[in-house]
Ligand binder design. Structure first.
Ligand SMILES: [Zn+2]
Ligand SMILES: [Zn+2]
Length: 263
């Protein structure tokens, strides 16, 4: 499976791509072309175009959760697809996989809605929306986790946070959005439902912004014991957290345009 970072908060000087405080990955294998989150705006579409990646034949869209930095771009994708259809281009039906509460209103600390900025009913004539809280195999090795149980405490008050897992030859590849559910809840659930303990790669947000040093070090010890081969924290992981975590585990850089391949 190939993974291309279409959008991250970070971009690289050699690449003529855009960044925004959001996340979007494109996953491709012989079965599917899966868009994992859509970023905040149309930046993921512009970056895909610059990278020569075609989004017209995307088969599935997976939403990690409802926040607008992961779902806002869905409206731009919808507009693009409508334009293509109007121009006579026929498109395959695209399924959106998300948890049942993904499109609910999500309030920030100032009571502003930072959930999906559109109306889910209006998506339904162009996308099929599959609300599911259970694990679903999207292809023989790619698993949508559905609603992840809150075994350990988390400060996230909603229930919509999920992730994808690819079962590679070298262990699990765990792909997260913001990981509001908490990295321990995500990793242990992924291991449990796949029956695979080894973790080859972790890529995605880990929701470590302005967190206490104690909490970051505690997570560092936990991650060191997992022996993850490739650790790519991005999006909602700040520099301070990366610096401290790098004492425990090698932290790899993520940027718009990063390309990874897994067997
Ligand atoms: Zn979020
Ligand atoms: Zn986010």
């Amino acid at each position: 499976m190939d993974l291309t970072v279409l959008v991250d908060n970070n971009c690289k000087i050699e690449y003529n791509l855009l960044a925004e405080p959001a996340l979007s990955f494109l996953l491709e294998n012989e079965y599917h072309k899966v868009l994992f989150d859509c970023g905040y705006s149309d930046v993921f579409i512009k970056n895909a175009y610059k990278l020569g990646l075609d989004l017209s034949d995307v088969t599935d869209i997976v939403l990690s959760h409802g926040h607008n930095d992961h779902t806002g771009g869905l409206l731009r994708l919808e507009a693009l697809y409508r334009k293509m259809m109007k121009a006579g281009i026929s498109l395959n039906l695209k399924t959106i996989f998300c948890t049942p509460n993904a499109f609910d209103i999500k309030l920030d600390t100032n009571d502003r809605n930072i959930g999906f900025p559109g109306k889910v009913e209006e998506l339904c004539d162009i996308f099929e929306v599959d609300f599911t809280d259970s694990c679903t195999w999207l292809s023989p090795k790619l698993l949508f986790l559905g609603q992840i149980p809150k075994t350990y405490d988390t400060d996230y008050k909603y229930d919509d946070d999920t992730a994808l897992v690819f079962k590679s030859e070298n262990g699990l590849v765990i792909i997260s959005g913001c990981c509001h559910i908490g990295i321990k809840n995500l990793i242990e659930y992924a291991q449990k439902v796949t029956g695979e303990k080894r973790i080859d790669t972790f890529i995605g947000g880990i929701h470590l912004v302005d967190k206490s040093e104690y909490r970051i070090r505690e997570l560092g010890i936990y991650l060191r014991n997992l022996n993850i081969n490739n650790f790519y924290p991005c999006h909602c992981c700040d520099l301070n957290a990366k610096i401290i975590l790098s004492e425990y585990i090698k932290v790899k850089e993520v940027y718009s345009g990063l390309f990874l391949s897994f067997n």
